[in-house]
Design a protein around this ligand. Structure first.
Ligand SMILES: *Cc1c(COP(=O)(O)O)cnc(C)c1O
Length: 407
């Protein structure tokens, strides 16, 4: 029987992206039992790497088994009780995802919104906090659907002064831009695997502080079958079992109390990916992402295409491009993929069908990939009848950028 064969791709989307071969190699190691000291040692080291990645001293820094939305849902399901008010600033699709998770946890959603392509001034969010007086503020750092970077440096401090918990979805910016969890006074932050960290999807690093831990532990209930007489119980327990952060604390903490069977292979991948990323350095990684982001923008503009959204507030790993007149979004992307093995993304909501999102995340963010991309993309879009496209100018602008700017 033939074994699985996957065609080569150049993935220029906001995730999932290609991984470093060292990550794939790490994931081909033998399975270890989840309480094997060799494995629990890797768990502890992984927690330390997660702390470094988030620039935090938080003891509670561990991965959730599941994609990033499992990480977000674990945090929301653990902190939001029925009737709790949650303020959610919305600038795109992932803001709506949070409202969905809050409602499913029984919370009461309050929103403040800006149109896609814009961000919300921090002072407006602070004003809204005073008006709503929520228990939790949940905000998206990099709103991948519109490519915008929401400023959050002041918000955590303002929330803390008001006794509000700040939860940040930093899934797309994690390990591609600086996220200083402690310095920015953020209570719980969710990162991502298959985006700038460049690890296969299925595992999600999160971190939360003692204040957050104390609050969720008021709802702690150890499950029947492993509960001891020392374990207190409560009637307002966290309703999810799998995503109950307090039980996960017992599993990742000193108690090593059995919960789920850890996804050993995903932990290997996360561990290796984090080791590579931390060795490169959080700031160096942010610089690398900004550098290639600029190169991509130069190339795209010189091709003759227009960028979408507020240029003052851009994620440094997603370029949003207006789809030119006469080009069909889905058909173009499908052909680019089938004929050239190159993948770009469309988007959701109000901007769906109107923009493309070109990602330069993690392992993908290197010169060769961008040069190959701009050449293929430029020639193909011209051949499809888009007006005033100059593929040679796109390539030249990108080459000039690389020649004239060093990392
Ligand atoms: C990708 C993404 C998610 C969801 O991640 P999954 O791994 O697909 O669950 C959530 N928030 C943001 C900002 C994202 O970019």
């Amino acid at each position: 029987m033939a074994s699985l064969q996957i065609n080569k791709r150049l993935i220029m989307t906001p995730g999932p992206v290609a991984v470093d071969p060292r990550v794939s190699q790490a994931m081909s190691n033998s399975i270890l039992g989840q309480f094997d000291p060799e494995f629990t040692g890797i768990m502890d080291e992984t927690m330390e790497l997660i702390r470094k990645s988030f620039k935090t001293e938080n003891k509670w820094s561990f991965p959730i088994d599941g994609t990033s939305r499992a990480g977000i849902e674990a945090v929301i399901a653990s902190i939001v009780e029925p009737g709790d008010k949650v303020l959610v600033p919305i600038i795109g699709r992932f803001g709506y995802l949070v409202t969905e998770l809050v409602e499913r946890a029984g919370g009461v959603v309050h929103t403040i919104e800006a149109p896609m392509g814009e961000v919300i001034p921090e002072d407006d969010i602070i004003k809204k906090m005073d008006e709503v007086q929520p228990k939790v503020l949940t905000i998206i750092h990099g709103e991948t659907s519109s490519g915008r970077l929401q400023p959050i440096q002041k918000i955590g401090h303002a929330a803390k002064e008001r006794g509000i918990f700040t939860v940040v979805d930093a899934v797309a910016t994690y390990m591609g831009q600086d996220i200083a969890v402690d310095e920015w006074a953020l209570d719980a932050v969710i990162g991502g695997a298959q985006k700038c960290l460049s690890v296969p999807s299925g595992i999600t690093p999160i971190t939360f502080n003692e204040r957050f831990s104390d609050e969720i532990n008021k709802r702690k209930r150890v499950e029947k079958g492993i509960r001891t007489e020392n374990d207190k119980s409560t009637s307002h327990f966290i309703t999810s079992n799998y995503l109950d952060l307090t039980q996960l604390q017992d599993y990742w903490g000193e108690r090593r109390l059995n919960h789920h069977t850890e996804a050993t292979v995903n932990v290997y991948g996360l561990y290796e990916g984090l080791k590579l990323a931390v060795a490169e350095g959080v700031e160096a990684r942010a610089r690398r992402h900004s550098y290639h982001h600029e190169a991509m923008k130069e190339g795209i503009k010189a091709l003759g295409l227009e960028l979408f959204g507020d240029e003052e507030h851009e994620m440094q790993m997603v370029v949003c491009v207006k789809i030119p007149e006469g080009i069909n979004d889905a058909e173009f992307r499908a052909e680019l993929l089938s004929r050239f093995g190159v993948e770009i993304a469309g988007t959701f909501g109000a901007a769906a069908g109107k923009i493309w999102r070109i990602g330069t995340m993690g392992h993908v963010a290197e010169k060769q990939n961008l040069l190959n991309f701009i050449t293929t993309f430029g020639v193909f879009i011209q051949s499809q009848g888009a007006d005033n496209i100059d593929p040679a100018a796109g390539l030249k602008a990108m080459t000039d950028f690389y020649d004239n700017n060093s990392l």
